[in-house]
Design a protein around this ligand. Structure first.
Ligand SMILES: Cc1cc2nc3c(=O)[nH]c(=O)nc-3n(C[C@H](O)[C@H](O)[C@H](O)COP(=O)(O)OP(=O)(O)OC[C@H]3O[C@@H](n4cnc5c(N)ncnc54)[C@H](O)[C@@H]3O)c2cc1C
Length: 494
């Protein structure tokens, strides 16, 4: 399936869809021609094409619609291919995948909505979900007064009997607003609570979901991110009143996995573009890829991309195996570190193309603009680093499990690197701690699963500190030929 999907996502036609979907961003229509509110977003046909392709392969539902060993890993690999082509559309795909475990906490809702989500038909029509051949689910938590601090939310929910509520308030960020329903946090009488808010009410009316504006964003332009107000919007409660964060966190953990995935995908695509260019561009008498200093840069990028991909797959496996404590901590450290690396990585890869990398046709500006996003949404860097500490405080065995896996190799380089790691478990140095834990876990994975040349270069530079502060500063002993041979294979994907 991966081969087949990769073949489709990598065609010239699909790559063109990605370009067009970004060059022609979505347009908001708040009112129809008679002045009635409609709150619809129009997308370029190319956006619908990339959506149809990804939904057609079940990237929004695979582990739930087809539960089997390795389903989260397989889905992560598919999503990585989709993201390498076009990152923006993966937002609703990812949110739908992530919403299902939360949906299941309300049996009635799950009975009604899961079959819709399990459909691999992409149906972009704006109608009640009961009339559609497939449905997608988004999420709206962030408010103006502070997104990270969701307990400060002011949106209110008034009980109407059973699990039905009426919601009034706003959300400052609400991506993919053409999804069929949203998980929303609002203040109920018993405290902050999670709700399921569809775009249409059960009696076939447009719900009180009013789009005020679409954000004008740095990147991620194919995806619409709206500002929304709720005016007596009909919704259903999921979980108990006052347990909103505890309920929605399951969705957040899955979208965090996709922040790792999205960053690993950006790195991989940027690397492939850089290697391809270096293989074909000649300067000072030979191909760039044969110039020693360019080999150092490409090799350094290649091992970073490898380490990001390995960590992604390891965390996805923890989701598959229901390894809850490990997954909870590993997804946070992975999200912190890999999404932070993506911005520096894409900048360096872009530079490998010289001036051509600064020009839109090369695709590199799009990757560069996208790169900071995964570090911001679903918990910005500091918030995630603090969450790493929270996860450890709540479940100390999570740290023991991650450290046990790190040390499984018995490798002296890893042992030395992690020797005093527990001394940095405190708020002011939470970034330092998260970074070190992530690098150590990557090293352990590299030693076990990567070619020795790559693992050795990773350990020497990332654990042993035998490198500078920019990419392209691997030590002179690095086995360039082996690393570049692997790099070069990556560059054959044109
Ligand atoms: C393109 C895009 C799409 C988005 N889509 C959605 C969506 O669909 N649904 C949704 O709900 N949200 C969405 N978001 C919102 C996103 O999740 C928030 O922007 C993010 O969680 C940060 O919240 P904030 O913007 O309010 O920043 P703030 O909470 O104000 O944080 C600002 C900075 O302060 C830091 N900080 C916060 N608290 C602390 C602390 N205690 N100690 C140290 N530092 C701290 C943060 O790390 C951050 O760097 C989207 C954002 C973007 C950019």
């Amino acid at each position: 399936m991966l081969d087949e999907f990769g073949g489709k996502a990598g065609t010239a036609e699909a790559i063109e869809w990605g370009t067009l979907a970004n060059e022609n961003p979505p347009v908001l229509h708040t009112h129809d021609r008679f002045g009635n509110r409609c709150d619809e977003v129009a997308f370029h046909p190319a956006y619908h094409q990339v959506m149809r392709l990804s939904v057609g392969y079940g990237i929004h539902n695979l582990p739930w619609a087809n539960p089997q060993r390795g389903a989260h890993v397989a889905r992560a690999a598919l999503a990585m291919l989709a993201s390498q082509n076009e990152a923006g559309h993966v937002c609703p795909v990812s949110m739908t995948y992530s919403a299902v475990p939360v949906l299941r906490r309300n049996a009635g809702l799950a009975r009604e909505w899961e079959p819709r989500v399990h459909s691999n038909v992409y149906d972009p029509s704006f109608r009640a979900a009961s009339e559609k051949s497939g449905a997608l689910i988004g999420m709206a938590m962030t408010e103006k007064q502070g997104g990270s601090d969701v307990r400060a939310n002011t949106t209110r929910a008034e009980p109407m009997g059973a699990d039905e509520y009426i919601i009034d308030g706003h959300k400052w960020f609400c991506s993919a607003p053409m999804c069929d329903a949203f998980l929303v946090l609002a203040q109920a009488p018993g405290g902050l609570t999670c709700f399921f808010l569809p775009r249409w009410t059960p009696d076939g009316q447009r719900n009180g979901f009013h789009l005020q504006r679409l954000k004008s964003k740095l990147g991620n332009r194919a995806n619409a991110s709206g500002e929304v107000e709720f005016h007596r919007a009909w919704s259903r409660r999921i979980g108990e009143e006052g347990r909103g964060v505890a309920t929605i966190i399951e969705m957040v953990n899955h979208t965090r996995l996709d922040c790792i995935m999205g960053s690993a995908a950006l790195m991989r695509q940027a690397l492939v573009q850089a290697v391809h260019h270096a293989r074909h561009r000649r300067a000072f008498g030979s191909a760039l890829i044969d110039q020693p200093l360019m080999r150092n840069v490409l090799a350094d990028l290649a091992i970073e991309s490898e380490a990001a991909t390995l960590l992604l797959m390891r965390v996805a496996r923890a989701f598959d195996e229901g390894d809850r404590a490990f997954a909870r901590l590993a997804v946070a450290i992975g999200k912190f570190w890999i999404s932070k690396r993506a911005a520096a990585f894409t900048a360096e890869a872009l530079e490998c193309l010289g001036g051509n990398g600064y020009v839109e046709e090369s695709m590199m500006p799009r990757l560069y603009r996208e790169a900071p996003l995964n570090s911001i949404w679903e918990g910005s860097g500091n918030v995630i680093a603090l969450d790493v500490l929270r996860a450890i405080a709540k479940e100390p065995e999570a740290l023991e499990q991650v450290l046990a896996e790190i040390r499984i190799t018995g490798d002296a380089r890893v042992e030395n690197f992690t020797e005093n790691i527990r001394s940095t478990v405190s708020e002011g140095v939470a970034r330092r701690f998260s970074e070190r834990l992530a690098i150590a876990l990557q090293a352990s994975l590299m030693i076990r699963f990567s070619p020795a040349a790559m693992a050795d270069a990773f350990c020497a530079s990332r654990l042993g500190g035998d490198c500078g502060r920019v990419f392209g500063t691997l030590p002179p002993e690095t086995d360039w030929n082996s690393v570049i041979a692997l790099c070069d294979e990556a560059g054959h994907g044109e």
